[in-house]
Design a protein around this ligand. Structure first.
Ligand SMILES: Nc1ncnc2c1ncn2[C@@H]1O[C@H](COP(=O)(O)OP(=O)(O)O)[C@@H](O)[C@H]1O
Ligand SMILES: [Mg+2]
Length: 272
């Protein structure tokens, strides 16, 4: 049980609201592999919720359960106060949840602009049929989507690469474009799977700043998987610690960092 569901204001002035999602006794098996073992935690409106743990701990699997891409073998996901039913892929995309992937999943031959535009698809109302019938309406919609994408490009400071095919961009910028595509869906809940993996210090600092700005300016709730403890300490409001599919810690970063089981799990496994 959580101690409180009352909204509160953080030290840096952001408001954390009520519970948006509750994961209740989640177990996920792949054949004989138990990726997640009986894990429960909640995600509150407006918070940055980190999930940390060694490689193979089950973090990405958990993100897939949160997004609705995986249906847990046991347990329930409550979203906006109701148990969430099993979903089809198109329904997953429509629930206001957007994500980035541990391995970049962009269209390498397409420009930054067009890649970010693909993030608008779930918001496009005019299908091909209505486009043929109502040219005017579809054109208006197209203009709106372009404007939304340009806003994101400004926000992420990537004007200079808007026409560049993303396959030609350095890794750090590709990660930023991927964030842009997720933001284009105007998600309520944003899921980031190791957004800073493989980045140098400067790239990490930039990405950290953008994550904080997204949360602060748009009030987006963020679930963040991250290996770098320093980054987690700086960014997150609360941290779930996983190890071998189990939850071994849950709380504010300063508290979790001093938990003996967490320290052992971290020191016992090498990270790359
Ligand atoms: N689609 C899958 N099929 C089979 N096993 C999987 C699958 N996805 C993950 N696993 C296994 O589940 C465990 C947790 O993996 P993962 O969630 O990717 O961990 P993490 O993201 O913490 O590194 C690992 O043992 C992994 O091999
Ligand atoms: Mg992973």
């Amino acid at each position: 049980m959580r101690d409180t569901v009352e909204p509160y204001v953080t030290e840096d002035g952001r408001t954390i609201g009520g519970v948006v999602m509750e994961l209740k006794n989640i177990t996920l098996r792949f054949g004989g592999v138990v990726a997640i073992k009986d894990i429960s935690f909640d995600i509150r409106e407006g918070e940055i919720r980190a999930i940390i743990g060694p490689n193979g701990a089950g973090k990405s699997s958990m993100l897939n359960v949160i997004s609705g891409f995986y249906t847990p073998t046991e347990g329930e996901v409550w979203f906006e106060g109701k148990p969430r039913p099993k979903m089809r892929p198109y329904q997953v995309a429509q629930q206001g949840i957007a994500r980035t992937f541990q391995n970049i999943a962009l269209f390498a031959g397409m420009s930054t602009l067009d890649n970010i535009m693909t993030g608008r698809i779930t918001r496009m109302k005019s299908g091909l049929f209505s486009q043929a019938l109502w040219m005017g309406k579809a054109e208006r919609e197209e203009t709106e989507h372009r404007a939304a994408v340009e806003k994101i490009i400004d926000f992420l400071e990537i004007q200079h690469i808007r026409k560049t095919p993303v396959g030609r961009l350095p890794y750090g910028l590709q990660k930023r474009v991927e964030l842009g595509r997720a933001l284009a869906a105007e998600p309520r809940l944003l899921l980031l799977d190791e957004p800073m993996a493989g980045m140098n210090v400067e790239e990490k600092e930039d990405m950290s700043r953008f994550i904080l700005d997204v949360n602060d300016e748009f009030g987006t709730t963020i679930v963040l998987i991250e290996h770098d403890m320093g980054v987690v300490m700086d960014l997150s409001d609360r941290v779930v610690v996983m190890d071998y599919g189990k939850k071994i810690g849950d709380g504010p970063p300063a508290e979790v960092r001093n938990n003996k089981e967490v320290i052992d799990a971290y020191l016992g496994v090498s990270h790359d």
